[in-house]
Design a protein around this ligand. Structure first.
Ligand code: IMP
Length: 430
């Protein structure tokens, strides 16, 4: 059995899509297990750029099955749009399988997401406003509408009517908005149902069967560890479990099916939305990182906050995910910096310096980074095609991270293309 999880080791946007696209050739199935159209993957293949929100990045390989697991919340309009766009560009979508247990993101979820942010005012989370939190809230409250519901008109009508009764009250009475029209909603859903029906399958069984037959499966996490609902920097988190454990609940395979967990981290750090960020760079260098790294959200276009690699957060991510290896992306973005700060510990309010991720939010909210400065390499590395040809300071940076993390770094990214991922020569790693 060979189940591998790819998990974001930071606050999302680590470049997981590109990594999945690259590794997908070793796997027969790629499965997404959580999140929804709050995610944004950019994959560059040759001269072509693809941007996905819902589809697993593996969809570009026509020989693969791509699963949207039960843990995903699915906006049918976005999904249908992505399928149409791919087909327009001559790509097959025949390999897609969608769990009937996945929940649908409905128009009221998006409206309520935006309204709740307005209501939170200065305490707002900075969500992507894609309806993700409200959709998972309805799932937990057991009033969600699932993919399988669209297969039966009567059930669908019953569920939409029941949900609308409640949601329209909320929209009208709490937010003073116009109610949503049930007939229009149902008509849209029926159109989506016809488009999506051929892809709906018992994906948990499909994955288990595949793993038992020795066919390797790649589980693709969206967002990142620090955005995890349980383990992330709550309340500034998403409403699902990106951590590797989420691959089991979000896809329906048992934990013994997972044999390796690959963490993906940028060689520096970014965060979208609100919340503490102990290794955030000063404005001048933050702007430089953003500009060179093109750090603007794929989904929202928002500027990402930029900072330095945070080993405290990364070690925490290694622990909660049971990481077996690490992939570092975007090393090239650091090339123009004379020295490169790395956050190795946090200084807490009481002056205590710790390399453990604080278990209490107030400590984390007031933590400031303690940095070590590593030498830069002062040369463009985006054209380098083998790890051995990197400047020694760039190789040392990677090795230093390996040693501190006690984890092998199995790939290093120096640019967005598939051929810009370098395989480090192995050095003494624990
Ligand atoms: P939500 O997932 O839209 O509810 O947003 C909750 C938090 O997660 C916000 O801080 C978002 O900026 C963040 N977030 C959600 N998806 C992503 C992502 O794919 N990359 C980075 N941040 C994300």
């Amino acid at each position: 059995m060979s189940g591998t999880v790819i998990v974001g080791a930071q606050w999302g946007d680590e470049g997981k899509g590109k990594v999945v696209d690259l590794l997908a050739e070793r796997f027969e199935i790629v499965a997404r297990y959580q999140g929804g159209s709050n995610a944004g993957h950019t994959v560059v293949v040759g001269e072509e750029t693809f941007k996905f929100r819902l589809l697993p990045s593996g969809i570009l390989d026509p020989d693969k099955l791509c699963v949207l697991g039960n843990g995903v919340v699915l906006d049918p309009a976005t999904l249908c749009g992505e399928l149409e766009e791919l087909e327009r560009r001559g790509r097959s979508t025949a390999g897609l399988r969608i769990s009937g247990n996945a929940h649908l993101v409905m128009p009221w979820h998006q409206i309520l997401d935006a309204q709740s942010e307005v209501q939170l005012g200065p305490l707002q989370i900075g969500t992507t406003k894609r309806g993700i939190g409200p959709a998972y809230a309805d799932k937990a409250a057991r009033i969600g509408i699932r993919v399988q519901d669209v297969l039966d008109r009567n059930i669908l009508r019953e569920k939409v009517d029941a949900a609308l009764e409640l949601k329209n009250q909320q929209l009208e009475r709490i937010y003073g908005l116009e109610p949503l029209d049930g007939a229009t909603l149902l008509a849209d859903l029926e159109r989506f149902a016809r488009r999506l029906e051929p892809y709906i399958a018992d994906t948990a069984k499909l994955l288990d069967d595949a793993l038992r037959a020795g066919r390797p499966v790649l589980f693709e996490g969206a967002q990142g560890t620090l955005l995890d609902l349980d383990h992330g920097t709550y309340p500034f988190v998403t409403s699902s479990n990106p951590v590797a454990g989420g691959a089991c609940t979000g896809s329906g395979v048992g934990p013994t099916m997972i044999t390796s967990v690959i963490g993906v981290a940028k060689a520096y750090l970014t965060r979208v939305g609100s919340g503490p960020f102990p290794s955030e760079a000063d404005p001048e260098r933050g702007d430089r990182l953003r500009e060179i790294g093109a750090e603007f959200g794929t989904v929202t276009g928002r500027e990402r906050r930029c900072g330095w690699l945070d080993l405290v957060g990364l070690k925490f991510a290694a622990r909660v995910n049971g990481m077996t290896e690490l992939i570092l992306t975007k090393l090239d973005v650091l090339s123009s910096f004379e020295t490169i700060p790395v956050c190795t510990a946090y200084r807490l309010r009481d002056g205590l310096v710790t390399s453990d991720f604080p278990p209490h939010q107030s400590d984390f909210h007031h933590a400031t980074g303690v940095f070590e400065e590593l030498p830069g390499w002062g040369a463009d590395i985006s054209g380098v095609t083998s790890f051995a040809d990197l400047p020694s300071a760039a190789r040392d940076y990677v090795r230093w991270v390996e040693e501190r993390m006690e984890l092998p770094v199995s790939l290093v990214g120096v640019g967005p293309r598939r051929d810009q991922m370098l395989v480090p020569d192995r050095v003494g790693v624990a």
